[in-house]
Design a protein around this ligand. Structure first.
Ligand code: ADP
Ligand code: ZN
Length: 430
């Protein structure tokens, strides 16, 4: 079943024709209305007429995170202020936030793309959708909220945290679908276990949309086991509407990126050249339908690869591999490049290990990985714990090429996050 079958299954040539038409329109719009882009076009000696094919995309200027901040609050608006309908900001942790405006059409499109995604995962009218993302200025909760209403779900705007209340809502209203971050999902699994709630027996959960931060296949499996449901990877960013940019279908083999709304490039971040097909690089996105705040070639800093093979579900939009992290997440330890996801993969695959961890960088260049033991494993023999610690350190060395100190801590010892988790604490004196 599809939400918008015509668009979701467009044959590639038709899809590309539509993309070109929308790209040209977007370019004309920003050239006419956004001084920031006018300046960039002039510097490049470019006019909108120069964009004659999709390949000409590469002649367009990039837009960066810094450009968004520099143009805060309303410098990138492409419609009069009184035609904007909604404001979101990104959850950016440093400096000024990024302000993202939506027109009426943008609000509607964002919800449409979420509706497509939800139907693709098998959600239907009548499902009960408990939205455990943060409401407020973030896109995460509100955008999916309207998408689920479009589909015809009963939407429970629970917000994150207060797990006791979450479970009460699940029981009382028969929630079938939840939307949350991977770190909170892991915590919730532990919470259920602790309180003797057996999700398959006591709850009606069927599906979870899990996103907003990177996680591994091993974590997906852990969440699926712990919550007794199917996990679908959900990718989005405020700059591109928020959630619903790319989403897994029932195949759970990569996330369909809605290519009639976004043009995708995967670039080598060093050279800015496209990577060979299927290889990973930085995801760069151009909006094709955004009215209030179109963005050209936005550098997401997210690292992923494109899956071009057709999908069994029949959707023709290409898929993104699981995001392995942000280029900014990369740690350099004694000259070796490490992504926190590499560490997570090892930890989450290890029997006896719980669901929370923290990476601490200290001293000159030392790494300590603190990880909680599984509820059942705790209380084991000291020799067993030492052996487990040794085994993990070895496995980590094989994965990240340097050997961290591993500290096993009791379940519940590490800080819990309800939103995006902070997995790395850097206290190095470099
Ligand atoms: P901020 O940019 O301040 O974190 P956003 O809420 O816009 O605020 O977050 C978008 C970012 O979250 C993405 O650029 C990406 O790094 C991360 N993200 C979102 N969904 C996923 C996902 N499914 N997998 C990995 N990372 C994700
Ligand atoms: Zn599919």
């Amino acid at each position: 079943m599809f939400w918008d079958e015509t668009h979701e299954t467009l044959p590639r040539p038709d899809l590309e024709r539509l993309q070109l038409q929308r790209l040209q329109e977007t370019v004309r719009r920003v050239f006419a209305r956004v001084p920031f882009y006018q300046r960039k076009f002039n510097d490049l000696g470019l006019t909108p007429e120069a964009i004659r094919s999709l390949a000409d995309l590469r002649r367009l200027p990039f837009t960066t995170n810094a450009d968004l901040r520099a143009n805060y609050p309303a410098g990138l608006l492409a419609v009069p202020y009184d035609q904007t309908l909604r404001l979101h900001t990104s959850s950016g942790t440093t400096g000024k936030p990024k302000a993202l405006f939506f027109s009426r059409q943008d609000v509607n499109n964002a919800a449409e793309l979420c509706a497509r995604a939800f139907i693709a995962t098998g959600v239907r009218a009548g499902d009960v959708f408990q939205n455990m993302m943060t409401y407020g200025m973030f896109t995460g909760a509100l955008v999916t909220h309207y998408g689920a209403e479009k589909v015809g779900c009963l939407v429970i705007p629970a917000g994150p945290g207060n797990s006791e209340r979450q479970v009460m809502l699940m029981r009382d209203f028969g929630s079938t679908v939840i939307h949350l971050t991977p770190s909170y999902a892991l915590y919730l699994a532990t919470f259920l276990e602790k309180h003797g709630v057996e999700p398959r027996r006591d709850l009606q959960l069927r599906k979870a949309f899990v996103g907003a931060e990177p996680y591994t296949e091993e974590t997906r499996r852990k969440i699926e086991e712990g919550l007794g449901l199917d996990v679908y990877n959900s990718y989005g960013l405020s700059e591109m509407n928020g959630p619903g940019v790319a989403f897994e279908c029932e195949q759970k083999q990569g996330m369909h990126l809605w290519e009639d709304h976004f043009l995708v490039e995967i670039l080598d971040p060093e050279t800015d050249e496209p990577v060979p097909e299927g290889q990973s690089g930085e995801l760069v996105l151009t909006t094709l339908c955004r009215e209030a705040m179109p963005l050209l070639r936005y550098r997401t800093r997210d690292v992923t690869a494109l899956i071009t093979a057709p999908c069994a579900c029949g959707r023709t939009h290409r898929r993104l591999h699981r995001i392995t992290g942000r280029a900014d997440d990369m740690l350099i330890l004694r000259g070796v490049n490490i992504y926190p996801q590499q560490i997570e993969r090892v930890l989450m695959a290890q029997p006896g290990i719980g669901r929370n961890y923290l990476i601490e960088l200290t001293g000159l260049d030392e790494m300590t990985v603190k990880v909680e033991l599984a509820e059942a494993g705790f209380g084991g023999q000291v020799e067993q714990l030492i052996a487990l610690q040794k085994k993990l350190a070895e496995k980590l060395r094989a994965e990240i090429l340097c050997k961290p100190t591993v500290q096993l801590v009791p379940p519940g010892d590490l800080p819990v996050s309800e939103g995006k988790a902070k997995r790395v604490v850097d206290r190095r004196q470099l």
